[in-house]
Design a protein around this ligand. Sequence first.
Ligand SMILES: [Zn+2]
Ligand SMILES: [Zn+2]
Length: 225
Amino acid sequence: MKERASIVVEEYLQLIYSLIANGKRVKAVNLVKRLKSSPSTVHATLSRLQRDDLITIGEKKEIEFTPAGFDKAEQLTRRHRLVEDFLCNTLGISWHEVHKHAHVLEHGLTEMVEEKLAEFLDFPKSCPHGTPLPGEDSHLPEDMCCLHDMEMGDVVEIVIIDELLEESVDLMKFLQDKNCTPGQQHTVMEKTDITKTVILESENSRATLPFDIADKIGVIKISST
Ligand SMILES: [Zn+2]
Ligand SMILES: [Zn+2]
């Protein structure tokens, strides 16, 4: 097993990768917030990533990958999503909690194990939460948009629960309990700017989701009334 320090480095790379994929400009302050870590710890780790030539930090304090950092982050992200698929669809571990177990296992995978695992799983295109493996984005529906952009009366099918939401096991359990998982269809019953919530209803569930969560759920519109 790797020493703790390199595991931390790998976790930072993955988080930066997910934030950038989410269209965010990433700064140290975002990582402090997300990791619930102290600014000094985050700055020390970022210095290490800079020293190892994995990231650069620009004048506006924006964090960007170097080509080597990007490759490493992609590889780790691919491993993470493959392991999630294995844990969920082969070992039968619950959908809402595979993310945290994958975060532990992914660091121990060698290139050979990664290749064999991908083959064993028949080369999945996405993780169980719908996020494509790096390089597989073209498999996403072209008309996918975020749940927040839907209107009252729209019937939607969920495609992606964003990786950033996976960090909260409680939230993922809530989404699973409310049938808010990829492939499930829901009607948008209400969208209110006052409370900043979207209410979804499916055959046997009703879920109230704040806009900041609806922003991170990718859907396709099936029909509208
Ligand atoms: Zn995950
Ligand atoms: Zn996932």
